[in-house]
Unconditional design. Structure first.
Length: 416
């Protein structure tokens, strides 16, 4: 995190869990800070290293700016060449630094103006997606969402206990953390919107909003936010993610039933709502068969296959009494490479499961993504290697496998 007292910025940054890096002792050192930005990062661009940790900061003609970014720039290589052509060196492998440097270049272009919105729009002219970011200057914070709204961003308000006075504003990539600091969700940052929170010397705050003038007619929020990325209690497009996932499970039970099953279970945690929906619709009881180690991160987004395989084995424990001699429908939110599901089917059958039927609460992932999901090549996708679902079930050692259709997922998200 980087915080400011309105004059200078101070940084607390490190590798590992947040509560190990941002300790009470370090927080006391920045206690007089008036505002700040923070970031927890996994690697989709650049290795997991301290140099690539965010937020990042740089100097401009109008003072220091700091930035934290979610997403992945689709034209990173062109923008990188553009930055280097200006004689500016890049010190990391992160595309977030490219955003930071491009804004610094634009600040130089508009140095006669103190209007940061114009500067940010100059960057948006160069890159249409995929990003949401927060940027801090010496006197405020800006929240920016790309013109397509591909990555989420929302605004929260922190009020006094009586609710009569606003203590502060919060800009977050997800609505879930707001409740933990007693803040209230207000609304999403709109696609192409630049929101500003100006911090005045007397402590008062001014909120501003500007819409990018070249915003496309249709937004394009990444649907994988509903499937996997977002927490179940998050709000996206005025819909709770939990409700969407639950309904996906209900539809999956209708379209791909397993009438002979003894129990419905899932791979925790993001697939739990879908499993409960499947259980409710089918009338077959939901029974957990796996426990999750909370100290192991999301294996799908680990930077290498070797690390992913190791993490999967440490990530899950087996509830063997719930597994033995059972015919199990195992719900997963998605299958990308197939690393997790393959090992878990093997473990369930080794623990005495009679049958393991896989039901996936999203369509097959058939193509790579270049907007922030770590699927860089098509040959990594398990669906690219196999011709049909029968072959896929045999490959996974599952008794059957079925997916939610693309159309059903779209309709479920639209209905909420």
């Amino acid at each position: 995190m980087i915080v400011s007292d309105g004059i200078t910025m101070k940084e607390i940054k490190g590798m590992g869990l947040v509560n190990h890096v941002i300790t009470e002792k370090k927080m006391n050192q920045v206690f007089k800070a008036r505002f700040g930005i923070g970031h927890t990062r996994y690697s989709t661009q650049g290795p997991s290293s301290l140099s690539n940790c965010q937020p990042m900061s740089t100097e401009t003609t109008c003072g220091t700016i700091a930035l934290a970014h979610n997403g992945q720039l689709i034209n990173k290589d062109r923008l990188k060449k553009q930055v280097i052509s200006q004689g500016i060196q890049l010190s990391t492998d992160s595309d977030s630094e490219i955003i930071l440097k491009m804004i610094a270049i634009a600040r130089e272009k508009y140095q006669q103006s103190n209007n940061w919105v114009t500067v940010i729009q100059e960057f948006m002219n160069q890159c249409s997606m995929a990003y949401s970011f927060v940027m801090m200057t010496h006197d405020g914070i800006y929240g920016v969402r790309d013109p397509y709204g591909n990555r989420p961003l929302c605004i929260g308000i922190l009020n006094t206990e009586s609710g009569n006075t606003t203590l502060g504003w919060i800009i977050s990539s997800e609505s879930s953390p707001l409740l933990s600091i007693s803040a209230k969700y207000w609304r999403e940052v709109q696609p192409g919107e630049i929101v500003g929170i100006q911090i005045n010397q007397d402590g008062s705050q001014n909120f501003t909003s500007h819409i990018y003038h070249h915003r496309p007619k249709k937004a394009a929020l990444c649907i994988f936010e509903y499937v996997y990325f977002s927490r179940s209690d998050a709000i996206l497009e005025n819909r709770m993610v939990y409700s969407v996932r639950y309904r996906c499970g209900q539809i999956l039970a209708t379209k791909a039933p397993v009438d002979s099953a003894d129990i419905i279970s899932c791979i925790p945690n993001s697939s739990v709502p879908a499993a409960l929906g499947y259980s409710s619709q089918s009338g077959i009881p939901y029974v957990p068969v796996l426990t999750r180690n909370i100290y192991v991160g999301r294996t799908f987004i680990q930077p290498s296959n070797k690390i992913r395989q190791s993490s999967i084995k440490r990530k899950f424990g087996l509830l063997t009494e719930n597994i033995f001699e059972k015919k199990i429908v195992l719900i997963d939110d998605s299958i990308v490479r197939g690393n997790t599901i393959t090992l878990l089917i093997q473990a369930l059958k080794a623990s005495g499961a009679k049958e393991v039927h896989i039901r996936v609460a999203s369509p097959p992932v058939r193509f790579p993504c270049f907007m922030g999901i770590d699927i860089p090549t098509q040959n990594e996708l398990i669906t690219d290697k196999l011709g049909n679902l029968t072959e896929l079930a045999e490959k996974l050692n599952a008794d059957s496998i079925e997916y939610l259709s693309h159309q059903d997922l779209l309709q479920t998200v639209q209905k909420g």
